[in-house]
Design a protein around this ligand. Structure first.
Ligand SMILES: Nc1ncnc2c1ncn2[C@@H]1O[C@H](COP(=O)(O)OP(=O)(O)OP(=O)(O)O)[C@@H](O)[C@H]1O
Length: 541
């Protein structure tokens, strides 16, 4: 725990922390999300805010690593932070979004900032900005405020290195007030947030390259030509040395594994190594220098890469509420993929993971697990697992700005390529949509508009029908809206169901497990990091 924290204190009815969350909610505007890209919006305001918060000098002295990209930013930043912490540096990490608690966005030395510190820094910034707010300089929106708060936290805590993940895009992101980072990174580029960043990879790459700064070195991962050409062109205009970081060669980990699962993490780890070593070199810490994959990785790098942690990315969580003897028969495989490319990565990870877990490994019950970890895999007694059928279920939602016709087929096909077919797909609304921050009243199940989930279900059923040889049975013909066997509302089709809420879907899963002793349920939760956070909140609490 970071110094000056006391997370175990007793709580009054309306906690000071809830007051913070309410104040933060007041900064949410309908335009907040689009404002993150700040197209035509006043980016110059950020410099006014820095003046008000007296942060200009502190930021100019901060030793920053700045990372943009479509996929893998959060993982790359997490690996980078872990490497540099293991090299002995006092680290600050700013990421987005959060899954359960806004404090996850601000990590000090690898730990979420504690409530006391968040409260103190929050009001310090909020009150000053409020006091100086005018028509011309209004309060910053939600994401801008969080970025300013990160700068305040890292300045006050005097971190040796601040690692900043871009929220959206690059050029107009609030984190881009930074003028002189030590090194920049661009993780894998692909199609996401096209409504804001543009429809072509070249346009998207152009926005992300907006974080390049004159003469500051930058790294990226192997990219499609269309994206790479733009990065190279933008870099040369700014006198930026742009290098491609090769994916990490697993052999360099001395028989250990990356702590974040999935093949794509080797790409992110390669980028993190390049960013960390360049930061070390440019800040004069030559004792850790590692520049070529041909040479050995310093042990601090290996420790960082094999112990970094980030929830909701290729994470396995056995349900805690199942009887001890059935423990491991309901396992959630959580991955916040929400772009076409990441769907495929997620499908690959899931398919391999379920096969491995079904064949040779069991999950330890937490009470039998001395390490205290609830998700640690251990060798199980194979006999216990013998005779059980593994059944794969999908729990899915995505935001309506995304195109399910691009996501669901990629997911289904990539799983099928590995011989994995979902027995049922469950579509649910997110409990906390992206702008929901605190403990606000949730709508009742009957108030929820399920039209989006029903649309997702139709896409899924149609995919299955066309997969069966184009028998073109329209999904509506086989679905019974509001007439499912549990009287829960929603809609039941042959291969899928819509539930009015996530808790009802999880209740259904738990009941199914109890009723089927010979079945092991392997549930992939994907499509939205917010959905993943909602599931974690239910299954871990
Ligand atoms: N290099 C990669 N290539 C493709 N998909 C990836 C890659 N890295 C991560 N992913 C996928 O993207 C999801 C989110 O990972 P991560 O948080 O590292 O990326 P991000 O760029 O920060 O995403 P977001 O925009 O949601 O914050 C993962 O759960 C995984 O499915």
């Amino acid at each position: 725990m970071a110094e000056g924290c006391n997370n175990g204190s007793s709580k009054p009815t309306v906690t000071p922390y809830e007051e913070v969350l309410d104040a933060l909610s007041s900064l949410i505007t309908k335009r907040s999300r689009a404002d993150k890209s700040n197209k035509g919006d006043r980016f110059d305001l950020l410099f006014e805010y820095l003046k008000i918060l007296e942060l200009e000098e502190a930021i100019s002295e901060m030793k920053i690593i700045h990372v943009a990209g479509t996929k893998g930013k959060g993982s790359t930043c997490t690996f980078t932070e872990s490497i540099l912490r293991n090299c002995g540096f006092h680290t600050g990490l700013f990421t987005s979004p959060h899954l359960i608690d806004v404090r996850e966005r601000f990590r000090l030395d690898g730990m979420d900032i504690c409530e006391e510190k968040l409260l103190a820094y929050f009001w310090w910034c909020f009150d000053r900005l409020k006091e100086k707010a005018t028509e011309d300089i209004p309060m910053p929106n939600y994401f801008r405020f969080l970025a300013l708060l990160a700068f305040k936290i890292f300045a006050a805590e005097q971190v040796d290195v601040a690692i900043l993940e871009v929220g959206l895009g690059g050029k107009f992101d609030a984190t881009n007030v930074v003028q002189k980072p030590i090194v920049c990174g661009i993780s894998s580029l692909g199609y996401d947030h096209m409504e804001i960043l543009g429809n072509t990879l070249a346009q998207i790459a152009g926005e992300k390259a907006g974080i390049f700064k004159d003469g500051i070195p930058a790294f990226t991962v192997p990219q499609p030509d269309e994206a790479m050409n733009v990065l190279v062109e933008k870099a040369s205009k700014l006198n930026v040395t742009l290098k491609v970081a090769e994916p990490l060669d697993a052999k360099l980990l001395n028989a250990l594994k990356l702590s974040l699962e999935g093949e794509h993490q080797y790409l992110n780890a390669g980028l993190a190594i390049a960013l960390s070593s360049t930061w070390l070199q440019r800040t004069g810490h030559h004792e850790f220098t590692y520049l070529e994959q041909a040479s050995l990785l310093p042990e601090q790098f290996i420790k960082g890469l094999t112990t970094a942690s980030l929830q909701g990315r290729a994470q396995k969580v056995p349900d805690q509420y199942i009887n001890a003897e059935r423990y491991g028969d309901l396992v959630f495989y959580l991955d916040g993929a929400h772009s076409p490319e990441s769907m495929e990565m997620c499908a690959r990870w899931f398919s391999l993971a379920v096969k491995e877990d079904s064949q040779k490994k069991a999950f330890n019950h937490p009470q039998q697990n001395n390490s205290g970890s609830t998700i640690e895999l251990a060798q199980g007694n194979p006999k216990e697992r013998d005779g059980k059928i593994s059944m794969q279920i999908l729990v899915f939602n995505c935001m309506s700005v995304r195109d399910p016709q691009l996501l669901l087929p990629r997911l289904m096909k990539a799983c099928a390529n590995h011989g994995v077919y979902f027995k049922k797909a469950l579509f649910v609304p997110n409990t906390s949509v992206y702008y929901k921050i605190g403990s606000h009243a949730l709508p009742t199940d009957s108030q929820v508009d399920l039209s989006w989930q029903l649309a997702l279900q139709r896409v899924w059923e149609n995919l299955i029908q066309s997969d069966k040889g184009g028998e073109a049975k329209h999904a509506d013909a086989v679905c019974e809206e509001g007439k499912d066997d549990t009287k829960m509302g929603g809609s039941t089709c042959e291969n899928s169901r819509v539930f009015p809420s996530l808790p009802l879907a999880i209740k259904w899963l738990r009941e199914s497990v109890q009723q089927n002793e010979s079945v092991r349920y392997q549930v992939l939760v994907t499509g939205s990091l917010h959905l993943v956070g909602d599931v974690l909140r239910i299954v871990k609490m």
